[in-house]
Ligand binder design. Structure first.
Ligand code: FEO
Length: 182
């Protein structure tokens, strides 16, 4: 069973994850419009990751006798200056998500909600990976320094990223995750 405040905060975090998906979908569309197919692929894979994150909250809230509430999703930015600008904004956003996950964890600890703490641990680990991925690409983009040849080489590399999370949730997230080993 969830406390009222925890349930509200879990719902807010689900909305942040849905916004994240929306943001990366917007970035993917921008990359496609600029002919950067590999960057577009990277951000579309990221979109799927975020939908998985959101669906995990959706299922957990309902599993614990609460109710997942779908609120309005804010409009994401649609114009960017460069790949470095996009990844800078991605890292900034992920740092904000990390902070909100940590605040949620503190709330669960204060309320002695052990089940929610265990549930949130997955996100704590995931955020370390998300920030590290962004930092790695930002470092490469700084070396490339807007050189078109370097951008095209990185674009080719990012085209290889594949979706490893479930994308079909009709039978629930847990069933989908078991099916895909996520
Ligand atoms: Fe779901 Fe990228 O944080």
């Amino acid at each position: 069973m969830l406390g009222k405040k925890v349930e509200e905060s879990l719902n807010e975090q689900m909305n942040r994850e849905l916004y994240s998906a929306y943001l990366y979908m917007s970035m993917s569309s921008y990359c496609t419009s600029k002919g950067l197919k590999g960057f577009a692929n990277w951000f579309m894979v990221q979109y799927h990751e975020e939908m998985f994150h959101a669906m995990k909250f959706y299922e957990y809230i309902n599993l614990q006798g609460g109710r997942a509430l779908l609120k309005a999703i804010s409009q994401p930015p649609s114009a960017f200056e460069s790949p470095l600008d996009m990844f800078g904004k991605t890292l900034e956003h992920e740092q904000y998500i990390t902070k909100s996950i940590n605040e949620l964890m503190e709330l669960a600890i204060a309320g002695k909600d052990h089940a929610t703490q265990i549930f949130l641990q997955w996100y704590v680990t995931e955020q370390v990976e998300e920030e590290s991925n962004d930092n790695e690409i930002i470092a490469q983009l700084k070396i490339i320094n807007d050189d078109p040849q370097g951008i095209m080489l990185l674009d080719r590399e990012l085209a290889g990223r594949i979706t490893t999370v479930p994308t079909e949730f009709s039978k629930g997230v847990q069933a989908a995750a078991k099916g895909q080993g996520a």
